[in-house]
Structure formats: structure tokens, C-alpha cells
Ligand binder design. Structure first.
Ligand SMILES: Nc1ncnc2c1ncn2[C@@H]1O[C@H](COP(=O)(O)OP(=O)(O)OP(=O)(O)O)[C@@H](O)[C@H]1O
Length: 779
């Protein structure tokens, strides 16, 4: 089930039935708001009052009506809806799709609006309208153009899109100019970068350097050998479902490195643990080696960035580990054989910044310090978690990149798209599964990597963008004996590959299989949820969660709940110390508490109601109080500060050096105004982790934190870019538009070692996994 029509990579409309008035059977007279501006404004007013339309959308309509009093009401209506789509992640309004399913164009409450005197639904208003009439109303040179110009709106007919294949298909998209411009920037920037292949000098070194970097081929097969460790599931295992299918011979990581090194624009996509970070670190070593062979004293200036502070911190950690394992000495030997002068050391940066910082975000403006006129001083930019980057930010980054710089995007194309408009990575990677490498690329790859490409991935019609994308297909974190990996794979099957029923059966089969890292809980009583959040319900996992090891043969600690960090908080508290005299003792304590917190996180889909963040936070706080793990009145637990309160930062605060997505824990430290160590006299401070080993904790007074929320429950949207050892994903009892395949996939892949999938009512998961988010764009 899809909620809107969409377009393919080249701007062609995906075939949809001709627009039909939605109530074609009965003769209906046209709604007045289609022809009368004051009726339309009144209608918008009523929609805004119900929360179906935003104030912002109505303001745009008013502005346009004032600027052009002769503008047809139908045009103004289209503008209101186009503006509204931005708040829902779409870059533009697709007129055809809107006529096919008008009620998707507004934010209608999922379970209906039971207030009296509801305003007319879009399906009633648009019932008589045809696509032709609507298109005709858009002919207004002051307000709408079909491309460059100053009009506030831009209309694009799909058959005028790049590389149109189906002239007959009609699709009309209406953009607010700014968003049309972002899309143009992306098209142009990416196309230009794809034309310019990277410097060919010293490319003869490429195959040799790749061989050095991927010499440890055992790597690829290594995970298989470890399966004996989990031999309790070996016997039952259905090998046909294996994630290792087809993946055994081709080293996709090596392929990714080669392709990304060849082009000024590259994408490496893959699910969790497929080695995106591992690959990019090798890519950087490769690029640096090639550069130093060419210019021994001029190493590449490499920058690493991620969309959120949390994602940046995570990449920072994993990159640092990976850089240490690079075969730098062998690369330097190779380099010395190729270079007449002594080259610089092969240095790979490990510091990761946020995109906002990289571009020099300035308060109160959407303009950045670095832009086309003042480009970034770098040669290579790697952007991790690129699925979270919206179209506006992606356009800003590409504009600020020097023409010769190389840009590499990393991310999981199947994850939820950015909160803001656009699904850039998903759009760009729509053909990644089948690769579509041309015979020329295949030949080049074979000589660069020494691996012949299977025919299934070769396509003489492959497009330039296809040649710059590699999809990593082997999970090194979740092997075929991992329920988390199997569930992610079953959920992620594209809808064209199987029917809804088949997908549901595949998901059910994984849930019933009895994997050691997966527990499926249907709530029949409240106590089960309480037990989960307190203890993690380890007893529900095979062998109580004991005895598992990871792919490095290290023991995996059994799953926990929130009791774990609260116990750490009490057990590790520095006693008899003063906060001022011995800050290190408090830093160590806070660090341990924060690490313990990262062992468990409850995720949910909604914000409001008993199954949303708001209801769950209070409920969990009270449950933990009942266990004497937290203290405070109902009012304090709901609205105040108390020791143990975990908080999530919801907006960047450059003054406090806190980023959207950071998690801190409230701790009671001795009050400096009382005598050192006097028991009972304490102050609350919130401890946040930093990336500075000298000063691992930032202590902040609660009164200084304005954009935080309790995070016993976190929405899946907010959890992007994070991972937790034990993740519990809670689905509400009724289906809701927000519950989609992408949401469930993103939620379950936040789990590193353990996943508890909680259904408030059996069946919601089955429905959710067959619903896909489709974002409208012209990408
Ligand atoms: N070829 C390989 N053989 C064996 N282990 C590997 C291989 N590639 C990566 N790994 C290991 O798998 C784990 C995940 O790798 P990595 O962090 O690079 O994946 P990722 O795709 O970046 O993960 P994430 O989902 O966290 O973004 C790491 O422990 C890494 O060392």
C-alpha cells in the first residue's frame, strides 16, 4: 500500500491510472472553493483550525492572493497543498496523485476527526476536478513558471524530465521555487561530478593498493566459521534465507572502494554492519596513497561529517578503531616503490563533525558561511548517515564543495528518510540493488579489483549515476543465525519482489523460529512491559541470554533493562568526595552510568497518547519508582527534574556544545555550598558525554537546558544514527500512517545484540511491514 504516486530517477512518472474524480458515480457540483478565492481562504481557515493544514501554508496562500488578486482559486489551492507537502517530507505536490487520493494531501487525523461540523475533506472539494482543469489554472506567469525565473512557484511536467522514457506518461509536479532550486542543484552538481572522473595519474597503483588493503580476504568468510558458536540454532536453520546468498565470492567492499576512488561523487550503501565504515576507512587510505604517489608533499585534505551530533560521535568512535587496523606500513612500502621523493605519512583523520558545523551554520539564518562563493577548504568529504540528510542540506553541502573535491555518501538506503523534506539517499539509490554497471565499468572493475562481475549486475543501459553506487550486501554484524538480521532482511524485501502475504509469512517465520537474539512479545498484560523496561526480560531469550559471543569471539552480555544503569548509578557513586576537588571521580561515575544507559532503549512510533513517548515516559518513570530505582512525586516525574532522569537534546545548542540527539543523565552531585562530603546536600546536574578524552563529561545545570525531553521512550525517528545493545521496539495497538516498513526496519536495526519486538496487539507488525513510505520528488 503506497500513500502517494512517485517518479523514477529520471523524472518520469511511474505509471498511474488516469486521474478520476473520486466520486465519479454521482453528479456533484463543483465546490465553491475551486472558483472563488474568498471561499478558498475560508476553507483554508477551517483546515488550519483543525490542524489539517499549517499556518505557514495558509500564510503563503494569503501572500499569493495579495500579490496576484487575479490568481485562480485552483492555483492557490495547489500552492497551499504544495506548501503543506514540505512539512510531510515531500519536495513537491504531485497533482495526479492528489486527484487519485485527495485526502492524503492534508494531515488528517489517522483515526478520523470526531469533532462536530468538520470542514469538507479534500476528496469532497476536489471531487469534480480534472487534471486538465488543474493544469490550466497553473498558467499564471506572475506566480508560476516551468523553470528558471522569479516566480514563487514552479511547475514541472514529468515528460519534460531528464532522460524521459515515456513521453505518454503525464505527471505534473508543483514546487515552491526554493525546493525546485534544491533539486536542480543536486541534479547539476551530481551530474558534473559524475562526468569528471578522478585524477588518472598513478592509477596503475590502484590495483596494488587495493590488494594490500583487502589482502585479509579471510575476513569475508570469517563470520561463517564462527557460526559453530551458536550451534543451538544450526540444526533448525533454513539456509535459503541466508544473508550470505550470492555474496560469497564477490568482495563488495573492494568494489565499493574502487568505484568510489574513480569518481568525484560516490555512494556506498548497505544495511547495518555491512562494513560501510570499514570500507570508507580503506577508501581514504587508498585515496591518500594515490595522492601521495602523485604529490608526495601534498596529502589530501579529508573531512568527515554526519547530520547529527550523535551520528558524528558514533562514526568518530568506529573510525578511530578502524584506522588503527589499516595496513599503513605495507601501503607506505608500496608508495616508496612508486615515488622518487620521500612522501608524507599516510594520515587519515578520525575527527567527525556535524554538517552544520562543517558549513558554518549561523544563528537565525539558513545561509551558511561556506557556500559556492566561499567553498570549503577540502579535497575529500565523507558524509555518514546520509539517509538523514534532507534536500536543503544536501544542496548546501554540494554547493559549498570545491569543483575538484570528491564527495562520498555513506548510509542505509532503506532507513527512514530525513525528517525534513526529501529522501535524497533513497532516491539516488533506487537502482542500487541490481547495480546496473555498464560493460565498460565491469571491465574496469575487473582490472582494478581482480574480480569479474557476475552478469546479473551488468546492464548495457546503465546510467552514469549507477556507476558511482555500490551496495554492500553481507552483514558482518548479523549473520544468518541472528534473528535481528533475518528480521531486517524479511522486512526489507521490496514490494515488487513479493506479495504482502508472502512478506508477512516471511516475517512470521522469523519471529517463530527461535533465534537467540530476538524476543517477540505481544502484550496481554501490563506487567510484561514493566518487566521488560525494568529487567530487560532476559529470561525470555534462549538460555537467559547467556553464552553468546560476537564475531570477534568476545562474550555478549545478557540483555538488560533500565534497572542496569540505575543500579550502576547507585553502586558507583563517589562517596565522601567533593565535586570541585575531585571532578575526575564524578566524571568516571557519570561515564559508567552513561555507558550502562546505552545498554537498553525502548523505541516507539508515536509521540502522543499512552503508546507514545509522552505516555510511556511517565509510565516507565512510575514503574521504576515502584521498584525504588527512582524517587519523586508524580508531578516531578512528569514535569520536573530528578536523579536518574535520562534526557534527549532536541535542538542544537552551540553555547552549551550540545547537539540534537545527545543523551544526558541527571545526577545528584554534592552541593559545593555545603561542607565537602556532607551527606544529603546535593545539586542536580546533567552529565553528557564528550569526545574529549581529557574531559569526558560535560556537566550542565538543568535550568540551562531548554530543549530536552525525557527519553525512557524515544521515537524511532529520533533514534536514527544511534544503536543500543538491547533495543525494544514497541508498536501501538492500532495501525497509523506513521507505521511503515521503513519505520520498523529503522527501529529494529538500532539493536546491536538483542531485540525485543513488542506488539501492543498482535497483527500491527504484519500490517506495518506492507506499508511503504513514498516521498514525492523529481530526483
Ligand atoms: N569484511 C569483513 N569481514 C569481517 N568483519 C567485518 C568486515 N567488514 C566489517 N567487519 C566488521 O563488522 C562490523 C561492522 O562493520 P562497520 O562498522 O564497518 O559496518 P557499518 O556498515 O559501518 O555499520 P553501521 O550499521 O554501524 O553503520 C565491525 O565490527 C567490523 O570490524
Amino acid at each position: 500500500m503506497k500513500d502517494t504516486q512517485t517518479f523514477d530517477l529520471f523524472g518520469d512518472a511511474v505509471e498511474t491510472p488516469d486521474a478520476q474524480p473520486s466520486s465519479a458515480s454521482a453528479p456533484v457540483s463543483a465546490h465553491l472553493a475551486l472558483s472563488d478565492t474568498s471561499e478558498l481562504l475560508a476553507l483554508c481557515e477551517r483546515w488550519v483550525a483543525r490542524g489539517w493544514l499549517r499556518d505557514l501554508d495558509r500564510a503563503l496562500v494569503r501572500f499569493l492572493a495579495t500579490e496576484a488578486p487575479d490568481a485562480p482559486a485552483l492555483l492557490l489551492l495547489a500552492a497551499a497543498l504544495a506548501s503543506h507537502q514540505l512539512g510531510r517530507g515531500h519536495v513537491c505536490l504531485d497533482l495526479n496523485a492528489t486527484l487519485n487520493a485527495p485526502d492524503f494531501a492534508l494531515s488528517l487525523p489517522p483515526e478520523g476527526d470526531d469533532l462536530s461540523d468538520p470542514p469538507p475533506l479534500p476528496s469532497e472539494v476536489l471531487a469534480t476536478l480534472t487534471l486538465k482543469e488543474w493544469q490550466a489554472a497553473l498558467h499564471h506567469p506572475l506566480l508560476v513558471s516551468d523553470g528558471p525565473g522569479n516566480t514563487p512557484l514552479v511547475v514541472v511536467n514529468a515528460h519534460s524530465g531528464l532522460g524521459a522514457k515515456q513521453q505518454a506518461s503525464i505527471g505534473t509536479r508543483l514546487y515552491l521555487r526554493r525546493y525546485w532550486q534544491y533539486e536542480q542543484t543536486l541534479h547539476q552538481q551530481i551530474a558534473t561530478r559524475l562526468e569528471a572522473t578522478a585524477d588518472e595519474a598513478h592509477r596503475d597503483l590502484l590495483p596494488q593498493a587495493l590488494n594490500v588493503l583487502f589482502e585479509d580476504r579471510v575476513f569475508e568468510n570469517h563470520v561463517l566459521e564462527n557460526h559453530v558458536l551458536e550451534n543451538h540454532v544450526l540444526e533448525n536453520h533454513v539456509l535459503e534465507n541466508s544473508v550470505f546468498e550470492n555474496a560469497s565470492t564477490l568482495n563488495w567492499q573492494k568494489t565499493a572502494c574502487a568505484l568510489a576512488a574513480r569518481s568525484r561523487f560516490g555512494i556506498i550503501t548497505g544495511g547495518p554492519g555491512t562494513g560501510k565504515t570499514t570500507t570508507v576507512v580503506r577508501l581514504l587510505a587508498l585515496l591518500q596513497t594515490l595522492q601521495l604517489a602523485h604529490s608526495p608533499s601534498q596529502p589530501l585534505r579529508i573531512r568527515l561529517a554526519a547530520p547529527t551530533g550523535k551520528a558524528a560521535a558514533r562514526l568518530n568512535e568506529s573510525i578511530a578503531g578502524q584506522v588503527d587496523s589499516l595496513p599503513i606500513a605495507q601501503l607506505e612500502t608500496l608508495l616508496s616503490e612508486h615515488s622518487s621523493s620521500v612522501p608524507n605519512e599516510i594520515a587519515i583523520p578520525t575527527e567527525v563533525t556535524t554538517l552544520h558545523r562543517l558549513l558554518g551554520a549561523r544563528p537565525d539564518t539558513r545561509h551558511f558561511r561556506y557556500n559556492a562563493a566561499n567553498p570549503l577548504a577540502l579535497d575529500v568529504l565523507v558524509i555518514d548517515e546520509a539517509s538523514m540528510v534532507d534536500i536543503e542540506m544536501m544542496a548546501a553541502v554540494l554547493r559549498a564543495l570545491p569543483a575538484n573535491a570528491q564527495c562520498v555518501l555513506l548510509g542505509d538506503k532503506d532507513q527512514l528518510a530525513s525528517v525534513e523534506a526529501g529522501s535524497v539517499l533513497g532516491d539516488l539509490c533506487r537502482r542500487a540493488e541490481a547495480a546496473h554497471y555498464t560493460p565498460a565499468t565491469a571491465q574496469w572493475l575487473a582490472s582494478a579489483t581482480g574480480q569479474p562481475l557476475p552478469d546479473a549486475y551488468i546492464d548495457a543501459q546503465g546510467q552514469p549515476l549507477d556507476q558511482a553506487i555500490t551496495m554492500l550486501r553481507v552483514s558482518h554484524r548479523f549473520d544468518e543465525y541472528s534473528g535481528i538480521g533475518q528480521l531486517a532482511q524479511a522486512i526489507n524485501q521490496p514490494s515488487h519482489a513479493q506479495s504482502d502475504r508472502e512478506k508477512q509469512q516471511a516475517v512470521d517465520a522469523v519471529l517463530r523460529h527461535g533465534y537467540p537474539d530476538l524476543h517477540h512479545l505481544t502484550l496481554s498484560e501490563d506487567a510484561a512491559l514493566d518487566k521488560l523496561v525494568i529487567h530487560g526480560s532476559a529470561d525470555k531469550f534462549l538460555n537467559g541470554g547467556e553464552g553468546r559471543t560476537n564475531h570477534n569471539n568476545e562474550p555478549i552480555a545478557p540483555p538488560t533493562g533500565y534497572r542496569h544503569y540505575l543500579k550502576t548509578l547507585n553502586a558507583q557513586r563517589p562517596r565522601g568526595e567533593s565535586f570541585e576537588d575531585n571532578p575526575a571521580a564524578f566524571d568516571t561515575w557519570a561515564f559508567k552510568v552513561l555507558s550502562a544507559y546505552s545498554h537498553f532503549q525502548l523505541l516507539c512510533a508515536l509521540r502522543k497518547g499512552p503508546w507514545g513517548v509522552e505516555g510511556l515516559n511517565l509510565r516507565i518513570a512510575k514503574t521504576l519508582r515502584g521498584e525504588k530505582l527512582l524517587y519523586g512525586s508524580d508531578v516531578t516525574l512528569e514535569k520536573g527534574w530528578y536523579e536518574g532522569r535520562p534526557v534527549l537534546v532536541t535542538q542544537n545548542d552551540y553555547g552549551l556544545k550540545l547537539m540534537n540527539g545527545d543523551i544526558g543523565i541527571t545526577l545528584a552531585v554534592p552541593d559545593p555550598r555545603s561542607r565537602s562530603g556532607t551527606p544529603g546536600k546535593t545539586l542536580l546536574r546533567v552529565a553528557f558525554p564528550t569526545s574529549d578524552p581529557e574531559k569526558p563529561i560535560r556537566w550542565v545545570l538543568p535550568s540551562r537546558l531548554h530543549a530536552v525531553e525525557t527519553v525512557f521512550a524515544m521515537t524511532v525517528h529520533k533514534s536514527q544514527g544511534s544503536e543500543f545493545l538491547h533495543t525494544a521496539l514497541l508498536l501501538p495497538p492500532t495501525i497509523n500512517p506513521i507505521l511503515t516498513r521503513e519505520l520498523v526496519y529503522t527501529g529494529i536495526t538500532r539493536a546491536r545484540d538483542w531485540l525485543t519486538l513488542v506488539e501492543a496487539k498482535r497483527g500491527v507488525l504484519n500490517e506495518a511491514v506492507t506499508r511503504e513510505v513514498m516521498r514525492v520528488s523529481g530526483m
